[in-house]
Design a protein around this ligand. Structure first.
Ligand code: ADP
Length: 584
């Protein structure tokens, strides 16, 4: 369990690290792309700003060149019409928005100007010297007291002989040029050869200076401001704390403007590129996390399912083992029960046999009488036959011999019945003719009934009545019922036993007597229940219980009840059977 949790935490940590690495890669790539785009845009912006500056300044150079050829300027230089020249120059300055327009002689002295005092010497200005040498001059510097930032263009004025006779100096107030750009984006500024910011759309940056050998700028008061320069994918990135109107981190681009003597520089805020890169990295991270979460949920679900499966399998195995154990127990119990049933069957068979032998014992007197009588008869028939033979009466001898033969047949039948009765029936017969069994039982008990003085009333059916059962066992049941009836009627006035076979539906064999009736009808089938005294015709109380078992085993029923007009009736209900060849 703990190992599983540890493994899951480790997997998550690795997954998070992979996501972090991937996001960092995405961020880096997106940032570089953003810087490339920013650089391209910045270059375009810088080019526009530079073109605009150059165009604005070039106008004044053209004006200087144009004025150098003007007749009024020549007049001034030749000492003519100096009074009206000032008005003319004033008019030109007003119309061109120039700060000042001055005409200077070869000594650098101002001869005419709308703003400067005549006689002022400008020879110190390098551009004036250059113009007086016959070339165009341009540059920047203060033009006090008018402005601290002025741009000058100086053009030489030639006489008819082509000699320089003076120069026209047009000065421009740079405040007027960058005033219109203030606050526009991005931050742009123009530095001169000394690294001083001369023109900028951020006024706070004016006159900031680049110390030699460094990239950054410092304010004129020399205060050290936070600055760090670095390179990202070939781009120069400045990190600075230069105030609220300047970016904290910027891409620095430059372009030289030799035509006006400045270097154009631009600072592009990289924060949007950073934000874009960050949002792209965050989107990738979020996607990966969402995917990871889904994967995690799926694996968690699979894990939970497999755990439940394992639990289920364990339970099933446990229950199967329990079932197997109870099955084994059941099989053992069944085997024990079968053994007990076999023992019971053996005991029953022994009881049946014991019951039969007991019945034979009871009937032995009658049986011996039954056998004795024909024996006596045979004896006297044989003696008589001898006498008839002596008297030469062969027909009487034949008659006697035939009677002897009949008597022997009868005795053989009795003995055959006895043997059959005493035999232990192992394989039960399936079908038997119930009329034959009843006849055999009557024959067996005939002498017993006669001795007890019982009259038998029985009309056998015309045809055989086939029932399910074994002849010997059924005969035992009937013999028992007949002898019981005879015993019960021992003290009765009328002693009549009626046997009736009814085969309309199932086969019903009824034994009705005229005895005193059954004392305890619900007890008679209990083993060892007997009312017979030991002295008289003693009983073991097993006859009816054995009969009950036999009939039950044949799928039949045995009942005993008292008749309304006295006496008892025992009925044996048996299942009908179809007569077959074998049974027949
Ligand atoms: P036993 O004949 O040895 O007593 P049985 O089981 O055959 O054993 O009979 C049990 C008892 O049932 C008898 O003792 C008797 O009291 C009673 N009984 C059986 N048949 C009859 C009958 N036909 N009339 C009255 N009582 C009977």
């Amino acid at each position: 369990m703990n190992t599983g949790l540890g493994r899951r935490i480790a997997t998550w940590l690795i997954f998070l690290m992979v996501i972090a690495a991937l996001s960092a890669g995405v961020w880096r790539y997106a940032y570089w792309q953003g810087l490339n785009q920013l650089s391209a845009r910045g270059k375009a912006d810088l080019s526009v700003a530079s073109d605009r500056l150059v165009a604005q300044l070039q106008r004044y150079r053209d004006l200087a060149v144009f004025l150098a050829d003007h007749p009024q300027v020549s007049d001034v230089l030749q000492g003519r019409a100096r009074g009206t020249a000032r008005d003319f120059l004033q008019d030109v300055a007003d119309k061109s928005a120039a700060l000042d327009v001055r005409v200077v002689d070869m000594a650098g002295r101002v001869l005419a100007s709308p703003r400067s005092a005549p006689g002022e010497v400008l020879i110190d200005l390098p551009i004036v010297g250059r113009a007086l040498r016959g070339a165009l001059g341009w540059g920047h510097g203060p033009s006090l007291p008018l402005t601290d930032r002025a741009y000058f263009h100086a053009a030489p004025v030639f006489d008819d002989a082509g000699q320089v006779q003076g120069a026209v100096v047009v000065s421009t107030d740079l405040n007027g040029i960058d005033y219109g750009w203030r606050g526009s984006n991005p931050t742009a500024f123009f530095t001169d050869d000394a690294g001083v910011v001369q023109i900028s759309n951020r006024s706070e940056m004016l006159f900031w200076q680049r110390p030699k050998g460094t990239l950054g700028l410092i304010p004129p008061d020399g205060a050290a401001l936070a600055f760090k320069a670095g390179s990202v994918n070939g781009h120069e990135i400045w990190q600075m704390g230069w105030g609220p109107y300047l970016p904290d981190e910027a891409l620095h681009l430059t372009t030289p403007l030799p035509i006006v003597g400045f270097i154009g520089e631009v600072l592009l805020d990289v924060a949007p590129a950073r934000r874009l890169a960050l949002s792209q990295a965050a989107a990738v991270a979020a996607l990966c996390l969402a995917f990871g979460a889904l994967l995690f949920l799926a694996t968690e679900r699979r894990r939970a399912l497999s755990q439940a499966n394992v639990r289920l399998e364990r339970q099933v195995a446990k229950r199967t083992a329990a079932l197997n154990a109870s099955n084994t127990e059941l099989r053992r119990e069944a085997a024990e029960r079968e053994e007990a049933q076999a023992a019971l069957r053996r005991a029953q068979a022994d009881l049946v046999q014991a019951g039969k032998l007991s019945a034979l014992g009871q009937m032995s007197a009658g049986i011996s009488h039954e056998l004795n009588q024909p024996l006596m008869a045979i004896k006297s028939y044989a003696e008589n036959a001898g006498q008839f033979m002596a008297r030469d009466k062969p027909e009487r001898v034949t008659e006697n011999l035939s009677r002897i033969s009949q008597m022997a047949d009868r005795m053989a039948r009795i003995i055959q019945n006895l043997r059959a009765f005493a035999r232990q029936e192992s394989v039960p017969q399936t079908q038997v003719d119930v009329t034959r069994v009843v006849a055999s039982a009557i024959e067996l008990t005939q002498s017993y009934l006669a001795k007890a003085g019982v009259t038998l009333e029985y009309t056998p059916p015309d045809a055989p009545v086939w029932v399910r059962g074994g002849e010997v066992r059924l005969s035992q049941v009937f013999v028992n019922l007949i002898t019981n009836a005879a015993d019960a009627m021992a003290d009765a006035q009328t002693r009549k036993l009626t046997i009736h076979i009814d085969w309309t539906d199932a086969v019903l064999v009824q034994f009705m007597d005229t005895g005193p009736g059954i004392e305890m009808p619900d007890k008679v089938f209990d083993p060892f229940y007997t009312t017979k005294s030991v002295g008289g015709s003693s009983g073991m109380g097993l006859g009816l219980s054995i009969s009950y078992g036999i009939v039950q085993s044949l799928g039949g029923k045995i009942r005993g009840k008292n008749l309304d007009d006295g006496g008892a009736m025992f009925s044996v209900r048996l299942e009908r059977a179809q007569m077959t060849e074998a049974a027949a």
